[in-house]
Design a protein around this ligand. Structure first.
Ligand SMILES: [Fe+2]
Length: 144
């Protein structure tokens, strides 16, 4: 159970970092395809933001506490922060590789839920995995 809780916390921190990076890219992206990129990122950050709440509530359901500081969120995240503004294609490449890292943690979470005999948590993470595999396809198609 401890392993599942820890993995959910890593998933929360990573999700939060992916949310913030995609929102900051939405604000700062430039280029001739601005409307498409801006719109795509709008969909991405909104979807990822909405996932923070159910992930944190699953941590609470397992009788642990959710992080209470942004510093702790970043410590838990496997996605590094960006303090620069790359060109549009580099932004998409960064989001693709961040999303791939996230997928590794979602798979680990599903395995941990299985080991802890928590199928409902596993089901939740499977849906999340499916959503991020779809994002992987879209990002891969953009950067090809
Ligand atoms: Fe906006």
């Amino acid at each position: 159970m401890e392993q599942l809780i820890q993995q959910l916390k890593v998933i929360l921190g990573t999700n939060f970092a992916l949310y913030f990076k995609s929102h900051s890219y939405h604000w700062n992206i430039e280029g001739s395809n601005f409307p498409q990129y801006h719109g795509f990122l709008d969909g991405l950050y909104n979807e990822v933001f909405a996932q923070n709440d159910p992930i944190a509530e699953h941590i609470r359901q397992l009788n642990s506490y959710a992080p209470t500081s942004l510093a702790r969120m970043l410590e838990l995240s496997d996605i590094t922060e960006s303090d620069s503004i790359p060109d549009a294609l580099s932004m998409m490449r960064n989001l693709y590789s961040d999303n791939e890292r996230y997928i590794v943690h979602l798979r680990a979470g599903i395995a941990a839920a299985d080991s802890a005999n928590e199928p409902a948590v596993g089901n939740f993470l499977q849906d999340l995995l499916g959503a991020h595999q779809k994002k992987a396809w879209m990002l891969r198609s953009i950067i090809k």
